[in-house]
Design a protein around this ligand. Structure first.
Ligand code: ASP
Length: 582
């Protein structure tokens, strides 16, 4: 038996018992006549003591050879500690060791394996297995497990069953590129790794599985973006015989359950907002509604004067920054520089200081009088003491820019409290999205999303106006889930493929299996998928999803620990019938 207890378990009530522990040497302190060792395992740290008077001398000698991260097993007696450590649960006791067994030695680790480490990000990623021994990483992985269990239990209780779907498949488009896997047995042919199990979960509905879920890996070959992983985990769900309302209710329930179990917070409001309203009010389809700073559209109250910039703009829009009237000229100039950064891309910014005495001072006083500015304040809901920031230009762009400014200012003003949770459903997404590059419409969600029946007629005339039965779940400004009611008849699906620019032959080749299935009694169905990594990181109160993944890839999509991706040898290439032309 390697251990009778874990290193996090023993308390004062265990004093005088004989115990056996196994673990890693975190630290040793050798005072000559006495040696202390901090012994660590997943459960905690227990202090060991080797004492020349009370410990056999060969054991003391052996203890002197211990180095950091040696794996050892000890047997000894639990005794009361002289100087107690209030900071750890085992701090009242220590183990007076009588037997020491070195299970494995360790070379000096490249960084200290303690909560505060001297190791930078790169080195810790390279030796991720050592980093996992540290509390911050270990606790995150245990937290992830806990969230996963809550999800599984909740959904199982609601009659969902977890079904695995294959990884070696044919492309399922979710708007990214596929990772492909060459098939040795089928020369010249490739599998694609799923961007999501979308088509399979729909086929499960045709198969009568009714309520499905899966905590599942998805693979998307996307260009580098901060905090994206090429492989990531979804809580993937699908239900048959449901309308949008049923799905929103079930997954609102799941979200409430998670926030209540993990944070002890009961969510009161679970508002809904249309995509259009989200864009107009927050410039964003995943608004953070923990704070106000709502957009005020100012076209009407600005476009009647001599100010050309505004008169020519498709949209003039502003937000009120709480307390911003006290910003110095220099601070405001810095803000203007911030919106002009290429990442934001505004051409400039007009501002109005709403003074405490009720007067206004703006950067465009030449064109607008106090009465005009009072209207701006009213439209943006600005109070005395606030600063109104106004951007103008092409509507879609300006909304994005002002949204970026809103988030930045909220961050600076400390309005994004990670302990507050404000979920929101964004509904009625557009079905199609114009893609500048390919000059075509693309499915905004995916090609299987059903248009709102009343909008189908617009497909030919105003495709951009067609709304979908699609919804996103937003939490604190992050999209944590998204889904839709699906098309479940062959004709509508064919119509959709046609509008997405597939010829009937192409549609048949890629998705014939789905269209075929729709002929055999496909029930109405719909579903949703949550980004599990992101959900866990938000519930864990931290920013980066990498911190909650055991073996993440870096920002270039590399695993620096195992050094992947890597070359493969000629033999393997030959077997796969692949010729590299490098
Ligand atoms: N398959 C979709 C996604 O991965 C989610 C869904 O529609 O259920 O985003």
């Amino acid at each position: 038996m390697y251990r009778s207890h874990s290193c996090g378990e023993l308390r004062a009530s265990d004093i005088n018992s004989t115990v056996t522990l196994s673990g890693w040497v975190q630290k040793t302190r050798d005072k000559g006549f006495m040696i202390w060792v901090d012994l660590r395992d997943r459960y905690g740290i227990t202090q060991l003591i080797f004492d020349e008077e009370r410990t056999p001398s060969d054991v003391v000698e052996k203890a002197k050879t211990l180095g950091r991260e040696f794996v050892i097993q000890v047997t000894g007696t639990v005794i009361e500690r002289e100087s107690k450590n209030k900071n750890i649960p085992t701090g009242e006791i220590e183990i007076l060791v009588s037997e020491l067994n070195i299970l494995n030695e360790a070379i000096v680790p490249p960084f200290t394996i303690e909560d505060q480490t001297d190791g930078g990000e790169d080195i810790r990623m390279k030796y991720r297995y050592l980093d996992i021994r540290r509390n911050p990483v270990k606790n995150n992985l245990m937290f992830r497990h806990k969230v996963g269990m809550l999800v599984r239990n909740y959904l199982s209780k609601e009659d969902f069953i977890e079904v695995e779907t294959p990884y070696l498949i044919k492309s399922t488009p979710e708007g990214a590129r596929d990772f492909v896997v060459p098939s040795r047995m089928n020369e010249g042919q490739f599998y694609a790794l799923p961007q999501s199990p979308q088509t399979f979960k729909q086929l499960l509905m045709v198969g009568g599985m009714d309520k499905y879920f899966q905590i599942v890996k998805c693979f998307r070959d996307e260009d580098l973006r901060a905090d994206r992983q090429p492989e990531f985990t979804q809580i993937d769900c699908e239900m048959a015989f449901v309308e949008q309302e049923d799905i929103l209710n079930i997954f609102e329930g799941l979200t409430r359950h998670l926030i209540s179990e993990i944070k002890g917070i009961s969510i009161q409001d679970f508002p809904r907002m249309t995509y259009d309203e989200a864009m107009r009010t927050y410039g964003n389809d995943k608004p953070d509604i923990r704070f106000e700073m709502k957009f005020g559209e100012l076209n009407e109250v600005t476009q009647h004067k001599e100010f050309k910039v505004f008169n020519e703009a498709e949209l003039v829009v502003g937000i009120a920054v709480p307390g911003g009237a006290s910003y110095t000229r220099k601070e405001i100039d810095k803000l203007i520089d911030w919106v002009k950064r290429p990442q934001v891309g505004a051409l400039g910014m007009v501002y109005v200081k709403c003074n405490e005495d009720g007067s206004y001072k703006s950067s465009v006083d030449k064109f607008y009088d106090q009465e005009d500015l009072a209207k701006w304040a009213e439209t943006t809901n600005a109070k005395p003491g606030d600063l109104i920031c106004v951007l103008s230009g092409q509507a879609h762009k300006v909304r994005g820019q002002l949204s970026a400014l809103r988030m930045e200012l909220a961050e600076r003003l400390g309005l994004r409290n990670p302990e507050e949770f404000a979920p929101l459903w964004v509904v009625d997404f557009p079905l199609l999205e114009w893609d500048e590059e390919t000059e075509r419409y693309h499915a905004m969600h995916h090609p299987f999303t059903s248009p709102k029946p009343e909008d189908i007629a617009l497909l030919d005339t105003k495709p951009g106006d067609v709304r979908a039965n699609a919804y996103d779940l937003v939490l604190n400004g992050n999209e944590i889930g998204g889904g839709s009611i699906r098309i479940h008849d062959k004709e509508t699906q064919a119509l959709m493929f046609d509008h997405l620019g597939f010829t009937p032959d192409e549609a048949k080749e890629q998705f014939g299996f789905l269209m075929d299935a729709f002929q055999y009694g496909a029930p109405p169905h719909g579903g949703i998928a949550f980004g599990f990594d992101r959900l866990v990181s938000i519930l864990g109160g931290q920013e980066t999803i990498r911190d909650f993944i055991a073996f993440p890839k870096n920002n270039s999509g590399r695993d620096v620990m195992i050094d992947a991706p890597a070359n493969i040898d000629q033999e393997q290439l030959k077997e796969l019938n692949i010729q590299l032309d490098l």
